[in-house]
Design a protein around this ligand. Structure first.
Ligand code: PLP
Length: 460
């Protein structure tokens, strides 16, 4: 076969901001994921393809539990379904001991179908219907109340139930994070949270078991967690001393950052994100000083999402074309775009060529295949000169992409889980036209038979 001629060239040393891992050039080839060859995976399951590493999922979970359990005696993780609710992923975490944290009726059903016992499902979210509240109450799940209308609805429902529904109050508070996430739950500082708690206790119809907050996401400072833990602990104290109601658990939500790099950040995420050990230290330290007797320390629940799954996910894909833009910049079109990588709106994902395709590198704009202007994955990334058919690996895409992906003008691809031995298991099929067509219905008057036949004009 005739080799393509490559003009000899002195490779430009792309210094970029240096850090302990060297420069930010992404030219390094990544040919395998967990021992499985990228080329083989794409040949077997099609391109593009999401790949998840079971080994990494379990490692992340075990490290997270260790970070907190070594510092605080009673810790429980609840897997945040919306971060990645593929059944296989959820089941890995449930096998490791995680409860389920769900934010919709759909996710609640998924948790039940994954075999999670009702009492181990925490039901968050601002949009629970009456039927969903009823189902959760009947299954003895904990309903995390978001607003007064939900509280009134549940109080009404509770009259007809044999058992008192268990509830927690979602609190939003000033933890020094701005803009403050005050749209979920009851505000602490203006007395709304206390008002809700008092009504719950006074009603006698609900069992108040927990206090919950989720102060934000991708938090780059540990301090707000100390503030939030202190405020929830104080609130729990008030419940005990003023309402004679001991609080069984404090739920500090999620929000711990993955090691992805935020768009426009000067340093890569591996350098800037505090570790889970650092977050655990602040939270545990605060709770140990909060005045609880050792045997009365509340259970600490965490709903970590992205930090547990982001770096276990990869997106493999293929170059469709390269072209020059009007200003001469090199552009590369990939077979996946923002339709599959929703998080590219926030992250500069690391993208690697899946082979040693070329020694020349150049700054490239990365576009997806969508026919819309916003479908740009990277504005400028230093990559080898890729050609049609070359393959790439996008790193740390396990969180939020497989739940927020959109169908738009193409079908969602297959997803594969690599087990501990690196063997691939398909955990979601690629969508097909037939699958999507199933949902559509064409009214009778639009069916072919009903359309009056017209004679094509002929040019005789
Ligand atoms: C989204 C969400 C989480 C997980 O957040 P991460 O930032 O991914 O850790 C946890 N709890 C609640 C209530 C959420 O809405």
């Amino acid at each position: 076969m005739k080799q393509r001629y490559e003009r000899p060239l002195i490779r430009k040393l792309n210094a970029g901001p240096l850090n302990k891992f060297g420069s930010r050039s992404e030219a390094q080839a990544v040919t395998h994921v967990d021992g499985a060859a990228v080329e083989d995976l794409l040949a077997e399951f099609g391109s593009p393809l999401f790949v998840l590493s079971e080994k990494q999922l379990r490692r992340n979970y075990q490290q997270a539990v260790r970070a907190f359990r070594t510092r605080y005696p009673r810790v429980q993780f609840a897997w945040s379904y919306k971060t990645n609710y593929l059944n296989a992923v959820c089941r890995v975490f449930h096998q490791e001991g995680a409860w389920a944290e769900v934010v919709s009726g759909f996710e609640y059903q998924k948790a039940l179908l994954n075999g999670v016992p009702g009492p181990q499902i925490l039901f968050n979210g601002p949009g629970k219907s009456r039927a969903e509240l009823q189902l959760a109450a009947e299954n003895d799940s904990v309903i995390h109340l978001d607003h007064f209308d939900e509280l009134y609805e549940l109080l009404g429902l509770a009259e007809g139930l044999a058992r008192r529904p268990r509830v927690a109050v979602r609190v939003n508070l000033d933890a020094g994070v701005y803009p403050q996430w005050d749209r979920f739950g009851f505000n602490l500082e203006n007395g709304q949270a206390w008002n809700a708690i008092s009504r719950i206790v006074a009603s006698g119809r609900l069992e108040l078991v927990g206090l919950h907050c989720h102060i934000g996401t991708f938090m780059l400072s540990t301090k707000p967690y100390g503030v939030a833990a202190q405020k929830l602990a104080d609130l729990a104290w008030s419940c005990l001393t003023q309402l004679n109601t001991p609080i069984q658990y404090l739920d500090l939500g999620g929000g711990f950052p993955s090691t992805n790099t935020l768009k426009g950040a000067y340093l890569p995420g591996t350098d800037t994100a505090p570790s889970l050990d650092e977050f655990a230290e602040v939270i545990a330290d605060t709770l140990h000083r909060a005045g609880f007797r050792p045997e009365e320390l509340p259970l600490l629940i965490l709903e970590a999402g992205r930090v547990l799954v982001d770096d276990a996910g990869y997106l493999l894909g293929t170059v469709l074309a390269t072209k020059r833009l009007a200003d001469g910049r090199r552009a590369t079109i990939l077979d996946f775009g923002v339709n599959l990588l929703f998080t590219s709106f926030w992250y500069d994902h690391r993208i690697s060529p899946a082979g040693e395709f070329s020694h020349h590198t150049e700054d490239t704009v990365l576009f997806g295949p969508m026919c819309m202007n916003i479908d740009q994955l990277r504005e400028s990334v230093n990559l080898p000169l890729l050609n049609r058919g070359d393959q790439v690996v996008v790193h740390k895409v396990g969180a939020y992409n497989m739940t927020q992906w959109m169908q738009f003008i193409s079908l969602r691809p297959a997803i594969v889980l690599l087990d501990a031995q690196g063997r691939p298991h398909r955990i979601r099929q690629a969508e097909t036209v037939e699958y999507l067509q199933q949902l559509e219905e064409v009214p009778g008057h639009l069916l072919p038979a009903a359309v009056a036949p017209t004679r094509p004009a002929t040019a005789e």
